[in-house]
Write a protein that binds this ligand. Sequence first.
Ligand code: DGP
Length: 114
Amino acid sequence: MPEDCLFCRIVAGEVPADVVHESGTAVAFRDANPQAPVHVLVVPRRHEPDLATLTRADADAASGVLRAIADVAEAEGVAGGYRIVLNTGASAGQSVFHVHAHVLGGRDLAWPPG
Ligand code: DGP
């Protein structure tokens, strides 16, 4: 685990977070800067910077993230309409380089996202 990775520290319980879901491969917690009534981050326990590296390194962990997204959407009551965002790379707005899926819902979501 990289010692300077914020999301590794949340997964390890070293940094407090509002955890809403956990599995053997993934952890989900509320975003500290929510952009919608439901805004949950789903991260793999394993540290990888983005979805491509995670999928190539550990397909089970990648599918665990997808499963956790579905479980979170259902538990949060937004399974009928929500958005998944994986900002990948600084130019796309990624600021924490431990892969994470934003699960956004609870309001109408405009498209294109900008
Ligand atoms: P991104 O820009 O796609 O890398 O998203 C990073 C998200 O992480 C951003 O929406 C804010 C959130 N975030 C940053 N620091 C913390 C924290 O300490 N706790 C929680 N729960 N979320 C955080």
